[in-house]
Design a protein around this ligand. Structure first.
Ligand code: AMP
Length: 206
């Protein structure tokens, strides 16, 4: 099975992708992770991508296509964060036939609430938030280190990212509806319920 996870920033699609890859034993391909890796390694591609990422903008299609030119697996993978534009979706259609597109849907209100509530652990990287709060404010349950708020977890930045999503990524909904492979799940439910719902949708197209 070849799966695309679609969703606004902070919709939880990254979390779902990780849980699903474990359950299905699939490969998880996150263009956000691949790009952050390029930035960390200070590659040419990373240097080009950095300024767009910092502003919450999409990196140019040409750059993403170059990133994925290294190849996708033959089968059994989940795309998380790709495609994000019609140009990318058309390119993907040229190289692979996807079986299902799952849209993890959340309202903008919930996304804004999640953004201002998200906290990260300085030492172990654990993530807390609206749905999984720490037992004690600003202290990591796991290692008792201090929690911090990412500088880009603010309303101005998330509203900008939501606008980018609306303008550039949401046209994919009709694109995939026309292809007959689009399905939507409620991303505001508890994390485990969403996983089960997505697994049911995947079963239907197997
Ligand atoms: P993510 O971790 O998926 O939220 O991605 C982080 C950032 O990487 C995004 O805000 C974009 O700047 C960039 N990015 C990731 N995937 C894509 C993509 N498919 N097209 C364009 N930019 C992307």
């Amino acid at each position: 099975m070849k799966i695309v996870l679609l969703g606004k920033p902070m919709s939880g699609k990254g979390t779902q992708a990780k849980l699903l890859t474990k359950r299905l034993n699939y490969q998880h391909i996150s263009t956000g992770d691949l790009l952050r890796n390029e930035v960390k390694n200070e590659s040419d591609l990373g240097k080009e991508a950095k300024e767009f990422m910092e502003k919450g903008l999409l990196v140019p299609d040409e750059l993403i296509i170059r990133l994925l030119a290294k190849g996708l697996p033959e089968d059994n993978f989940i795309l998380d964060g790709f495609p994000r534009t019609i140009v990318q979706a058309e390119k993907l259609n040229e190289i692979q036939t996807m079986n299902i597109v799952v849209d993890v849907f959340c309202s903008d209100e919930i996304i804004e609430k999640r953004t201002v509530k998200r906290r990260m652990c300085k030492s172990c990287g654990a993530i807390y938030g609206l749905d999984v709060p720490p037992k004690e404010d600003d202290v990591c349950d796991g290692c008792a280190s201090e929690l911090y708020q990412r500088p880009d977890d603010n309303l101005e930045t998330i509203r900008n990212r939501l606008k980018v999503y609306e303008e550039q990524t949401s046209p994919l909904v009709d694109f995939y509806k026309e292809m007959g492979i689009y399905t939507q799940v409620n991303g505001e439910k508890p994390i485990q319920e969403i996983v089960e719902e997505i697994l049911k949708e995947i079963e239907k197209v197997k």
